[in-house]
Design a protein around this ligand. Structure first.
Ligand SMILES: Nc1ncnc2c1ncn2[C@@H]1O[C@H](COP(=O)(O)OP(=O)(O)OP(=O)(O)O)[C@@H](O)[C@H]1O
Length: 422
């Protein structure tokens, strides 16, 4: 339109008009084309740089076979639930480890765990194994306990297992708590490495004391009143330690105490203490034998360290009777009604009045009336001074584990006894 108008207004002899027409062709069109070219070049460059950056973030994506997608939490969120066990990809575990760098310091090289000697039992996470650990020097190989996470495991189980290791790390060392030596969590299968308390649990020790066995691997299978106090005092030290950290154990019983040759006692079975640590209370549906529980636990009320004190009273009873089941005349399911009638266990014939007095103080209905672990320990320290260290506790009847389990209200499979010993 503009050109037509120009031509109409100009004569052929009009030079100015010709010059204007040449300006239009020579300046504006090339400028337009150059601009388009530059824009295209810019876009191509931008796409090229973006591609380069993508490759830097995923180095193997072009040169290696594609990695299968790892299972993520969305799988569980899609209605499959946390308990579904699926084989985990190494990458999933590595992701967790990335989120828990504190565990890096605890890693034990797998090649140091040379041979599994035996499977002790099936624990709450999976098999509990005894293995040899090489410490570099062949003459210094030592026995350790491996708690393995059973496979296949769900993601939340892996998380829980790693959390449990960190809980051990948080607790730190205490002479009367089973010690964490390290872990193998850089790949599957996952292991928690614990010190080996070779003589196993106190309940088995008590049962063996009923037999004619004198000593085994340096441990004397005889128990006096003084030794009962000695073991009890160590358990109370462990409870004080937990209380200082605003925790409690939740399952104090002879089956959860490990014994060393010199009668050092170590509290194990810290699963419920871990729940208290993570959730502030025991919320697990895990069944704890009712006969060891304080009334507030049976009534599903909030509980604390004084519920452990109640169970400690039952532990004293277990020791002085060499592992008899508590309340032998009461069916496990009726224990709450029994206690609601304010009935407690009678004094066993092997129990002194002093010791029975201590037991009764643990079994006061209201937790505020019960002593604290520290008060209790001080009472034990006084009692120990005059306790009998000569007379050996004796119970002639041998234990039939199935019968014990039925009367105690415990699943027989959860008792880690050695048949050959009984
Ligand atoms: N460090 C250890 N040394 C020797 N034996 C052990 C050790 N740890 C566990 N055991 C054996 O395994 C049994 C079960 O241990 P423990 O209760 O700690 O395992 P768990 O089932 O994993 O429970 P939790 O999850 O409550 O810790 C013990 O009664 C004992 O016989």
């Amino acid at each position: 339109m503009g050109m037509t108008r120009m031509l109409l207004e100009c004569s052929l002899s009009d030079k100015l008009c010709v010059i204007q027409e040449k300006q239009y062709e020579v300046i504006i069109v090339p400028t337009f084309l150059v601009t388009i070219f530059l824009i295209l070049l810019g876009v191509i460059l931008w796409l090229f740089i973006r591609e380069q950056r993508t490759q830097q973030h995923h180095p193997g994506s072009r040169d290696t076979a594609p990695v299968p997608p790892s299972r993520d939490l969305s799988w569980e969120a899609a209605g499959h639930g946390g308990n579904v066990a699926l084989p985990l990809k190494e990458t999933s575990v590595e992701n967790f480890l990335g989120a828990t760098p504190a565990l890096a310091k605890l890693q034990v090289p797998r090649e140091q765990l040379s041979e599994v000697v035996e499977q002790i039992c099936n624990g709450s996470y999976g098999p509990i194994l005894r293995a040899n650990m090489n410490t570099g020097d062949a003459s210094k190989s030592k026995s350790v306990i491996l708690k393995a996470l059973k496979e296949p495991a769900g993601l939340h189980e892996v998380q829980d297992f790693l959390g449990r290791i960190q809980f051990h790390q948080y607790l730190g060392k205490h002479k009367n708590l089973v010690q964490l030596e390290g872990c193998c969590t850089e790949k599957l299968p996952l292991y928690m490495v614990l010190e080996d308390v070779v003589h196993g649990d106190l309940l088995n020790f008590l049962w063996t004391c009923r037999r004619d066995v004198m000593t085994m691997d340096g441990l004397l299978y005889d128990l006096t009143e003084k030794q009962v106090y000695h073991i009890g005092k160590q358990v109370l030290l462990a409870l004080e330690f937990l209380q200082d950290k605003h925790l409690f154990h939740g399952d104090v019983a002879a089956r959860n105490i490990l014994i060393q040759t010199d009668l050092t006692a170590k509290l194990c079975g810290l699963g419920l203490a871990y729940e208290v640590y993570t959730r502030g209370a025991i919320s697990s549906t895990q069944t704890i034998p009712l006969k060891w529980l304080a009334p507030e636990r049976l009534l599903l009320r909030p509980a604390g360290i004084r519920a452990d004190v109640w169970s400690f009273g039952i532990l004293l009873y277990e020791m002085v009777t060499l592992g008899a089941p508590p309340y032998p005349e009461v069916p496990p399911a009726s224990i709450l009604q029994h206690l609601q009638k304010r009935k407690i266990m009678k004094r066993p014939s092997s129990c002194t009045r002093t010791m029975y007095g201590i037991m009764k103080s643990c079994w006061r209905w209201h937790e505020a009336g019960r002593p604290s672990p520290r008060e209790l320990r001080l009472r034990l320290e006084v009692a120990i001074k005059t306790a009998d260290d000569k007379a050996v506790l004796q119970v002639p009847e041998l234990v039939v584990p199935e019968l014990y389990a039925a009367v105690a209200g415990i699943r027989v499979e959860s008792l880690f006894y050695n048949y050959s010993m009984l």
